[in-house]
Design a protein. Structure first.
Length: 1106
């Protein structure tokens, strides 16, 4: 396993990780679990950042596969590896580097009081038990508002998974050892309350024998403790609940409750299913309370009679009839293993009848009354029989219609790729006929009719409509083979879609939503699918695979999917399920520290083969092609992270999405996935990950598909989010090249507003629209426009995102970005940035507490220190302390993000300020100039199209020229070298005024150089003034441009042959200096000598001032 350096607390990538005032905010191409795009799961290390402030703020994976690791845990643990997840939390393998041991860390999804208390109760309970068959707990606590348990790392598998590899004797021996462990818990006054195969982990011991560990004491309660749980609340797993649990009799639970659970576990391990099975949760609970389980031997005849007697004694309805303790159960199991007679007695017929009579005393007493009224009921019974007969006939007829529709659509899906809309219309017309016939039939048509409609919509892949009808059929009392499997399939598909929709959320809100949809869709889906296994369904192995997949048992799901296809070679859904499982297995290696491109590609390759096999049969089923599109999109993101070619996987994804659209052009999902793919690709191209591609072409294509997706799915927030994300990519592309960003910013904000209109709590859209306002404010500052309104609106959106999810770190980063921009503008106006720096520092500290090992806070501090140093140098103060702070921040940033291009930028900026300081002090700036050149050359090599690095490089050269001119060591070649970095980008008009100021300053210096060498100075002055005019056309009040204009006009005045011309040029020079000083009073200090010279030439008294 390879572990990447980047974690969720480091919101960026292993390359350009940045948030800065000098770069345009970046947004990704709608990246999933970086941004919430459903097309991408490969996060941080794989995804382009999905937001707003910078390409370098790669968002956390919203991903449902792995919950976010609290940043605080990285202070103690390393080498995190995701192991699995359950209903309450997820488990990671990690290494405790202080104690030098591997551990398992369980995280709780939600942070609400009841679930959090359950987790800490688990730790408290389990830690008290000292037994070799109980998983050891090392510590428990809360990190960054997430509760966790650190426990012994076991290398086994759950009993329900391992049972197929065990002999009968090994199964009994394992359960006997668990009984011993439970006895120790009972001795300490604890009741587990959730004993089941999945909570028993088994591994091979040193002697080769199976060794069990009882896990998850999360529901354990001290005997007699009734606090913290509402009376009657169901706690435990329904299939393995004791009758008193199912009835909600919380106060009646004791050690015999665990005896029942362990007996049910042994029943399941022997028979392959729980003691009671039912087609709904309500029926299951009622069955546990009232129905007798079938004897084990009726389910699996090879179970010895003595062992059956032990199991059935555990499953007695009355606790007093069970074993008195877990120890007594363990002793009887040992007697069975030793071949001795067991104490459990076989149940005679009389005993069984006595039990039923005792349990139903009221019914026995009323038996005689029932005989009296029987005659009255006979007539009603006859009528019911007649209605039932009519309903059976109707069910049979509608059942035939359902089969015809399903067969018709399956044949259509199997035809060569074509538009399925015609076939869909035919089926919908048939569904309308069924609905009309329901109205005519009245009450008897309700159940069969809704069942037929539900099956029809299921075949059409319209799952919400299917579930609505199937639910109404069930509520009407309708029962039919196929109802459970249909409801299970519909619930399963809705669960998958709802889970994908949570990618628009973050943090606690996301965790809570996942818990809700699991309770609302996933758990009922599993109940119905399990119930379907008791029916005569077409492909039971497929259903078993689907159950295993949803429960995270990927290897078992893979086996079942392949078994299903082997037995039913026409069932392409089984190959698609195989692909889904392999896709999920590969995605594990696309997250954070677990990133391993080789392993991910291995599983993705197999997934692609399975999807292609499914598509060969179901050529016109859009769902298969959408799945392939998502797979290859992920593969492209993985290739980008591994610095591989993007085009092959991009083309494969594009073709798959195209096939989905051909198969069903009216369905929005195919268009959305294609738009997301192009958005990803355009982002990768724009940030330089595919140097052979043309960014403008990629962005234009992405916009075309994004707008089409928004037209098809106008009410879908994600569709508008994709449109906005592509416009944000154009903002990035234009900003880096110094082009006009305003049209793209306006389009991006408008699209984000459309997304927020449809989902007001879409935190990613809020965050990225906040960053779009940052881009607008940056443009306004660059053009001399008051940016306060844009900054205020941007911060309002950031704050709203944080109100929705206080843990959403990227909104904090965007808010800091706005402060950096304010600090930059404050310095540009000649004012101290100290107040803004203090505000930014408070936000940086808050972010750092959440993400202590992130490089971003150190980079922010370095940038703020550089701004302070610039102000201090301009104002005559000592910038050295601020520069030392900048050095410290840069060094720490480089340590945490060693491949980041931003380190070069920070080094270059600091060296540039030091070079200015040395010249001001009359010292040799050459070492600083060399360091700045080296830093900016490396930055330009990494990002050759980024204009700002070229401008900064030219600024360094002007400093070098001034120093050389002071020592009379300048040559014409020096000026050509200074212009070399910026001349290549003068092919089009740029929107960055600093470019033209840099050009103006170089021509100013060349004019000074030529003025004493016999000619050519006026040409340089004219060119310089031309560039300054361009700068002032962008920002009419730019102090640096006005000051340069003043120096150029002063040079013209000093060279004028006539006194009148000299005086006129000097006055114009003073006017330019005066305008600069009005914008930045420090210009008077920085250009004091030039201003005094202009005054002399204009024959004005020096004390008068401009």
């Amino acid at each position: 396993m390879k572990y990447g350096r980047l974690r969720r607390d480091e919101p960026g990538q292993t390359q350009d990780v940045t948030v800065e005032q000098a770069e345009p905010p970046r947004a990704p191409p709608v990246v999933e679990h970086a941004s919430p795009s459903a097309a991408s799961d490969v996060t941080h290390t794989l995804d382009a950042p999905a937001q707003i402030v910078r390409a370098e703020h790669a968002p956390p994976d919203a991903c449902a596969d792995t919950p976010e690791i609290p940043p605080a845990l990285y202070a103690r643990f390393e080498a995190f590896e995701f192991l699995g997840r359950g209903g309450m939390g997820a488990v990671y393998k990690a290494r405790d580097f202080r104690l030098g041991r591997e551990v398992a860390i369980k995280l709780l999804f939600g942070a609400d009081f009841e679930l959090g208390g359950s987790l800490l109760r688990e730790a408290r309970s389990q830690a008290r038990i000292d037994h070799e068959n109980v998983c050891e707990v090392y510590e428990a606590g809360t990190a960054d508002h997430v509760r966790f348990i650190v426990m012994q790392l076991l290398h086994g598998e759950p009993l329900d998974k391992a049972r197929s590899a065990m002999t009968l004797e090994e199964k009994v021996r394992v359960v006997r050892q668990v009984a011993s462990a439970l006895h120790e818990a009972h001795r300490l006054g604890l009741v587990h309350r959730d004993v089941k195969p999945a909570n028993i982990l088994v591994e091979h011991g040193e002697d080769g024998a199976w060794k069990p560990y009882i896990m998850d004491f999360g529901l354990a309660r001290e005997m007699g403790d009734t606090g913290a749980t509402v009376t009657g609340a169901l706690m435990g797993t329904p299939s393995f609940m004791a009758p008193e649990q199912a009835a909600g009799k919380v106060r009646s639970l004791d050690r015999r409750t665990d005896v029942y659970g362990l007996g049910a576990t042994l029943y399941d391990v022997l028979a392959g299913r729980p003691p009671i099975v039912a087609d709904s949760l309500t029926s299951l609970l009622q069955g546990i309370v009232h129905d007798e389980p079938a004897p084990v031997r009726k389910v699996f005849r090879d179970v010895p009679r003595d062992l059956e007697a032990i199991v059935m004694k555990c499953l007695e309805k009355e606790p007093s009839a069970r074993y008195e303790s877990a120890k007594a159960l363990g002793d009887d199991l040992q007697r069975f293993l030793d071949g001795d007679p067991v104490e459990a007695r076989r149940q005679s017929v009389g005993y069984v009848l006595w039990k039923r009579a005792r349990r139903h005393k009221g019914r026995v007493a009323l038996a005689s009354v029932a005989l009296v009224v029987a005659a009255v009921l006979i007539g009603a019974w006859i009528r019911e029989r007649q209605q039932a007969s009519m309903q059976m006939t109707l069910s049979r007829e509608l059942g035939e219609s359902v089969k015809e529709m399903e067969f018709f659509l399956r044949n259509a899906y199997g035809m060569p790729l074509h538009d399925m809309d015609r076939e869909r219309r035919i089926v919908r017309e048939r569904l309308k006929e069924i609905a009309s016939s329901m109205d005519a039939l009245g009450k008897i048509g309700v159940g069969p009719g809704h069942y037929a409609l539900g099956c029809g919509y299921l075949a059409l892949q319209e799952y919400a409509e299917a579930l609505a009808h199937l639910t109404r059929a069930e509520a009407a009392g309708f029962r039919s083979v196929g109802l459970d499997s249909s409801m299970g399939m519909a619930l399963s598909e809705i669960y998958t879609k709802e889970l994908a929709d949570t990618k628009r959320m973050e943090g606690e809100r996301k965790r809570q939503r996942i818990a809700v949809i699991e309770a609302e869709y996933k758990e009922p889906a599993l109940v119905h699918l399990r119930a379907a296994l008791g029916e005569a369904i077409e492909a039971p192995a497929y259903v078993e695979g689907l159950i295993a997949f949803h429960e995270g048992r990927h290897e078992e799901a893979l086996v079942k999917a392949r078994e299903a296809f082997e037995k039913a070679p026409w069932l392409y859904e089984a190959r698609k399920l195989e692909g889904d499982v392999l896709f999920a297995m590969g995605r594990k290696y696309g997250h954070d520290a677990a990133f391993d491109h080789e392993k991910m590609s291995h599983w993705f390759g197999q997934a692609g083969e399975a999807y292609r096999a499914a598509a060969d049969i179901g050529s016109s089923d859009p769902a298969v092609h959408v799945a392939m599109c998502e797979l290859f999109t992920q593969e492209m993101n993985g290739a980008r992270a591994a610095q591989k070619a993007l085009r092959p996987s991009f083309e494969a994804a594009k073709e798959a999405c195209g096939r989905a659209i051909v198969a069903s052009p009216a369905i929005a999902l195919g268009h959305l996935r294609l738009a997301q793919l192009h958005s990803h690709f355009a982002w990768h191209v724009a940030v330089g990950d595919a140097p052979d591609e043309q960014p403008e072409v990629a962005i234009a294509k992405a916009l075309e598909h994004a707008e089409k997706a928004a037209q098809r799915g106008a009410e879908e927030p994600m569709a508008w989010y994709v449109v906005a994300a592509v416009w944000r990519t154009r903002v990035l592309h234009a900003s880096e090249r110094g082009l006009d960003v305003v049209p793209a910013v306006d389009h991006a904000i408008a699209a984000y507003d459309e997304a927020l209109l449809r989902d007001p709590v879409f935190v990613w859209a809020l965050n990225e629209s906040c960053s779009a306002y940052y881009s607008r404010a940056q443009h306004e500052c660059m053009h001399g426009i008051d940016a306060r309104r844009s900054i205020e609106e941007g911060l309002r959106r950031c704050n709203k995102a944080l109100e929705i999810d206080p843990s959403f770190s990227y909104a904090k980063l965007t808010a800091i970005d706005h402060r950096l921009l304010l600090a930059e503008q404050t310095v540009a106006m000649g004012q101290s940035p100290r107040d803004v720096v203090n505000e930014a520092e408070a936000l940086i500290q808050a972010f750092q507490q959440q993400s202590p090992r992130s490089p971003v806070p150190h980079r922010f501090r370095a940038m703020l220190a550089l701004m302070e140093a610039t102000y201090l140098l301009d104002s005559g103060g000592d910038p050295t302390p601020a520069l030392l702070r900048a050095d410290a921040g840069t060094a720490e940033h480089a340590r945490l993000a060693p491949t980041s291009n931003l380190t070069h930028k920070l080094r270059g900026r600091a060296a540039t300020i030091r070079a200015r300081l040395h010249i001001e002090r009359g010292e040799d700036p050459s070492p600083c100039i060399l360091e700045a050149r080296d830093a900016f050359e490396k930055a330009m090599k990494a990002k050759p199209n980024d204009l700002k690095y070229r401008v900064w490089s030219a600024t360094v050269e002007t400093i070098a020229l001034r120093w050389a001119m002071q020592r009379d060591k300048t040559t014409e070649a020096s000026f050509d070298a200074a212009l070399a970095s910026v001349l290549p980008i003068l092919d089009v008009r740029r929107a960055d005024p600093w470019l033209y100021v840099a050009l103006g300053e170089i021509h100013e210096l060349r004019g000074q150089f030529r003025s004493g060498r016999g000619g050519g100075a006026e040409s340089e002055i004219t060119q310089g003034l031309g560039f300054i005019a361009q700068a002032l056309s962008i920002h009419p009040r730019m102090p640096g441009a006005l000051a340069c204009k003043g120096r150029l006009l002063l040079l013209r005045a000093s060279m004028a042959k006539g006194e009148s011309d000299a005086r006129e040029a000097a006055k114009m020079s003073l006017e330019a200096f005066s305008a600069a000083i009005r914008e930045n009073s420090l210009v008077e200090r920085m250009d004091r000598q030039a201003i005094e010279a202009a005054r002399r030439l204009a024959r004005e008294a020096p004390a008068r001032g401009p």
